[in-house]
Design a protein around this ligand. Structure first.
Ligand code: SF4
Length: 255
């Protein structure tokens, strides 16, 4: 696959945690629209949707980590903080994008390297988390998450056309949960009923094994604003999420 070279990799995001993006673009091609694509287009990193969906691997990612991880570790040692020792993959791409084995292999090598420096990773995907992540090359302290807002495959094909089918996402996450790993589900951007009619209980039941759930609404699109009482709808869904999590002993945040 095509590669690019970067000058640096790890950065502290505006959300307050460390993260890295070792790929430019994302083949999943979500149409909410994808905020990362909007930003890439704005800053000239992707001319259009087709270019965004042809990912380019950061070819020197591992070399950059060899330089950056010792510095980050030294910095974290001076101000011990769990967040500072966990690096998120990824904010502007997907580390396990479907159909791109080079991306998946690089993601595994990156996680292995971060773990070898005594740091942990937080991995979020709409792809399939590989079983290897439960293996001996990894710390066993990583956090694994899937982004999922429906269990309706027709919805997935329309809005996340190249991402993994929901059932495969969930079963890969379940495997890692069953191997005693920390798992979570990121339910955002949750669609209003004028986008898809669904009962959130089905989705919650499908991921009821996770340690943590995040629920958030659908922004960056005028579609949800057309739904009568958008605010009331999201308040009601958040209340259901909180009740479900309380009942099942799951930590949660709702937005
Ligand atoms: S998986 Fe994430 S980064 Fe990739 S297109 Fe979808 S929203 Fe954007």
């Amino acid at each position: 696959m095509e590669t690019i070279t970067r000058k640096s990799l790890i950065y502290k995001s505006g959300l307050g945690f460390y993260c890295l993006n070792h790929v430019q673009g994302c083949s999943h091609g979500c149409r909410y629209p994808c905020y990362a694509f909007s930003m890439a287009k704005h800053y000239g990193r992707a001319a259009d949707y087709q270019e965004w969906c042809r990912p380019k691997l950061v070819g020197n990612a591992l070399e950059l980590l060899d330089k950056e991880l010792p510095k980050l570790k030294a910095k974290a040692a001076k101000s011990p903080n769990d967040e500072e020792l966990r690096i998120h993959l990824s904010l502007t791409t997907d580390p396990f994008m479907v159909g791109w084995p080079d991306v998946q292999n690089m993601s595994l090598r990156i996680i292995e390297k971060i773990n070898s420096f005594g740091m942990e990773c937080d991995i979020l995907t709409k792809g399939i988390l590989p079983h290897e992540l439960a293996g001996k090359f990894f710390s066993g302290k990583n956090h694994f998450g899937i982004s999922i807002v429906s269990v309706d495959e027709d919805f997935r094909k329309q809005w996340e056309p190249q991402a993994a089918p929901f059932v495969d996402r969930i079963s890969a996450l379940r495997f890692l949960h069953d191997k005693n790993n920390y798992t979570y589900a990121h339910i955002e951007p949750y669609p209003t009923p004028n986008i898809v009619e669904q009962d959130i209980e089905f989705l919650l039941k499908a991921v009821a094994f996770v340690d943590y759930l995040y629920f958030g609404g659908w922004n960056y699109s005028p579609l949800t604003g057309k739904y009568p009482d958008r605010a009331g709808f999201y308040t009601a869904q958040a209340t259901k999420v909180q009740a479900f999590c309380l009942k099942h002993g799951i930590s949660c945040d709702t937005n």
